[in-house]
Ligand binder design. Structure first.
Ligand code: PLP
Length: 368
């Protein structure tokens, strides 16, 4: 008998119950005759800033642009050094390079987010660091108190990468996107809050940062055809994506709750000496990805595949080992980052995963 495959994610399942309301939203855009940066974008920007608990949100074309424009808007430019983790698929590094800046790679802790002590050492090195990008990887808030203390004490700009962490909330109620001088979000379809195509946003409490991003996303315009800001480009958000995101935003907390429930079921249910599960998921974690560590990762992956269970590796090659850098970082050793890259395995984790599927994954892990 053939077993039903358990997918890593299923966007078809995700959008099926939303079909009627998404079609209605798209139809209203069609009928409006206005398709880029209009009332729908403004409404989403207002709603998302309010959701994140910050003053401003500026919609842009995708999460990569959001990172780059956030860095530029906080003052990063040619020759600046930007500190960041090396375990997040080059997103922050690519943004820094696009600003003409140089990535300074820092190791992570066991929670896969920036190690605050390592960050402090990097910021106290002989060359000044202009900005830090902190990535809330897999949906878990980084250790924001020490990271902010390091930046504040030295006047270093802090940019959060919230592409995997929409809605993650600290004990004091502050959400991802409300800590840094600016924060970048991706609404790529697989994200916890996803559009039906590419989309992104920058949030900030600082009106000057927000207005620089607003200029940079549209050619550097201060007003129409007046290019005041250099480094501008076209990175506008369109009405269709904004309306889709506005329809989905009220459902985000419920989806995050279910993701968290699945993550905690896995962590409580997987009992295998060879598989290290992550710590419990409270509100600071929105379980964008559920990542375990296993020295025999490839064998575990094959074992799961044989049981019809999909898995993936986020991410196999750390930034400082990417071919685009040649031998530049050959002498740099980031032990935790490198161990994670060798052992990390993502198990299926999305709101529409059924309890039966979750049990099948747990059972397969325990039989490994
Ligand atoms: C942590 C992180 N940062 C940045 C990005 C880039 O976002 P986008 O794909 O929308 O450019 C992603 C998305 O894949 C991501 O996961």
């Amino acid at each position: 008998m053939q077993v039903e495959p358990v997918p890593l994610n299923s966007l078809a399942r995700h959008v099926a119950p939303l079909r009627a309301r998404l079609l209605a939203a798209m139809e209203s855009v069609l009928d409006s005759g206005h398709y880029v940066l209009g009332a729908g974008v403004e409404a989403f920007e207002t709603a998302f800033a309010e959701y994140c608990g910050t003053a401003h949100c500026v919609g842009v074309a995708n999460g990569s642009d959001a990172l780059e424009l956030a860095l530029k808007a906080t003052g990063v430019g040619q020759g600046d050094r930007v500190a960041m983790a090396a375990n997040a698929a080059m997103y922050a590094a690519t943004a820094a390079l696009a600003c003409g800046a140089e990535p300074v790679f820092v190791d992570v802790g066991e929670d896969a987010t920036l190690d605050p002590a390592a960050l402090e050492r990097a910021c106290d090195g002989s060359h000044p660091v202009r900005a830090v990008v902190v990535t809330h990887l897999y949906g878990r808030l980084a250790q924001m108190d020490p990271v902010m203390a390091t930046c504040n004490a030295r006047g270093i700009a802090l940019v959060e990468d919230c592409a995997q962490a929409h809605g993650a909330r600290a004990r004091d109620g502050r959400r991802a996107g409300a800590f840094g001088n600016a924060a970048a979000f991706s609404f790529y379809p697989t994200k916890n809050l996803g559009a039906l195509g590419d989309a992104g946003a920058v949030t900030s409490r600082d009106p000057a940062v927000a207005s620089r991003v607003r200029a940079l996303r549209q050619y550097g315009w201060e007003r129409k055809y007046v290019n005041a800001a250099s480094g501008g480009r076209n990175s506008r958000l369109d009405e269709l994506q904004a309306r889709v995101l506005s329809e989905k935003l009220p459902l985000l907390d419920g989806w995050n709750l279910r993701r968290r429930e699945i993550a905690n079921r896995y962590s409580n249910g997987i009992r295998n000496q060879g598989i290290t599960v992550p710590g419990p998921a409270g509100e600071e974690h929105v379980a964008h990805l559920y990542v375990v560590y296993c020295e025999a990762r490839d064998r575990l992956r094959a074992h799961l595949a044989a049981a019809g269970i999909a898995s993936d590796v986020h991410y196999p090659l750390p930034d400082h080992r990417q071919p685009c850098f040649g031998a530049r970082h050959a002498k740099l050793s980031l032990p935790v980052t490198e161990r994670h890259a060798r052992t990390a395995l993502s198990l299926p984790c999305f709101p529409e995963l059924t309890d039966r599927e979750v049990e099948r994954v747990i059972d397969a892990c325990n039989r490994f």
